[in-house]
Ligand binder design. Structure first.
Ligand SMILES: [Fe+2]
Length: 307
């Protein structure tokens, strides 16, 4: 955990030491999600529930240009209660939560931009599951310019309809039947999840009774990508596990982009790097190819490659 999070209230950004390693950054590239269970203190979780239920007064740290207290009241009682982003307790303990900050700093680089809007995904349980979907305006590409973060201020076990994701579906068009089950991002009050905006997800089915509150917002990259998270001495780009066929070439591309090595990245296809299997007896061929192809994120041709 970082010892301190430096907050720049003018720029609305923060910086801190990164907490993820090479292997964990690559794992995020493969899965597209990360869960931090119960990282926000109970007192803050309760305060958040009261705020969202309209039981706590507004106390903004400042008034954004062009807005009045009446505007903030209107915003607070909407489905996008972004006025909460101006509450000191929320900024300190939720937006700048040290464990969250360290993970975001690892994936988004220095001086991470803070959210400008939040949406409240309220569910009066029990409720059926949502259909599987990828959010509006998602992009398939190697870039990671922003991340979607959600926060559960109350206990959100499986019965309370936590967010459900299909790991690995952020790298391209994907569909799943309603009946298919993904991974439940469940946890106690104060759980924060991070996911790639393009991942296939939904609100899971809830069978318990009660109010499930969930706030969702984006953090933003401001620095060019570089490998400035925790570097592992024994991390080997050649033998790392990027995934299977039709997957590894995209995951490795994202990892190279995050390392600031997008221009270096070429693949030759087939069983060549970055694909590998535990049964092979020598490292994959095609590593560090100077000429070759790039993954076709737009899927415009007969294969998954482009020049
Ligand atoms: Fe969604």
């Amino acid at each position: 955990m970082p010892s301190s999070v430096e907050y720049d209230s003018e720029a609305r950004s923060f910086d801190c030491a990164p907490t993820l390693t090479d292997s964990q950054v690559l794992e995020f590239c493969r899965d597209g999600h990360l869960l931090l269970e119960g990282v926000v203190p109970d007192e803050i979780n309760q305060k958040c529930c009261d705020y969202l239920d309209g039981k706590a007064p507004l106390n903004p740290v400042m008034m954004p240009p062009g807005l009045t207290l009446d505007d903030l009241e209107r915003i607070r009682s909407s489905h996008e209660p972004s006025a909460i982003l101006l509450e000191e307790w929320f900024i300190e303990h939720v937006l700048l939560n040290p464990q969250l900050a360290g993970a975001l700093r690892s994936l988004l680089g220095a001086n991470v931009g803070l959210p400008v809007i939040t949406s409240h995904h309220l569910a009066e349980c029990p409720m059926p599951a949502q259909g599987w979907h990828q959010d509006a305006d998602h992009i398939f590409g190697p870039e990671l310019n922003f991340l979607e973060v959600f926060y559960f201020p109350q206990d959100t076990p499986a019965g309370m309809g936590p967010t459900e994701v299909f790991p690995g579906t952020h790298i391209g068009p994907n569909k799943r039947d309603f009946e298919e089950q993904g991974v439940l991002l469940e946890g106690p009050a104060g759980t924060i999840g991070i996911h790639h905006q393009s991942i296939l997800h939904r609100r899971g089915v809830s069978t318990s009774t009660g109010r499930r509150r969930m706030l969702k917002y984006n953090y933003w990259r401001s620095a060019p990508p570089q490998r400035d998270w925790i570097v592992e001495d024994d991390f080997d780009f050649h033998t790392a596990y990027y995934g299977g066929h039709r997957t590894a070439i995209f995951v490795a591309h994202m990892f190279y982009w995050l390392c600031g090595r997008d221009d270096d990245y070429r693949v030759i296809g087939g069983q060549a790097w970055p694909w590998r299997t535990p049964q092979q007896v020598f490292p994959s061929m095609g590593y560090n190819a100077k000429e070759g192809y790039r993954p076709d994120w737009r899927r415009t041709g007969p294969d998954t490659f482009t020049l």
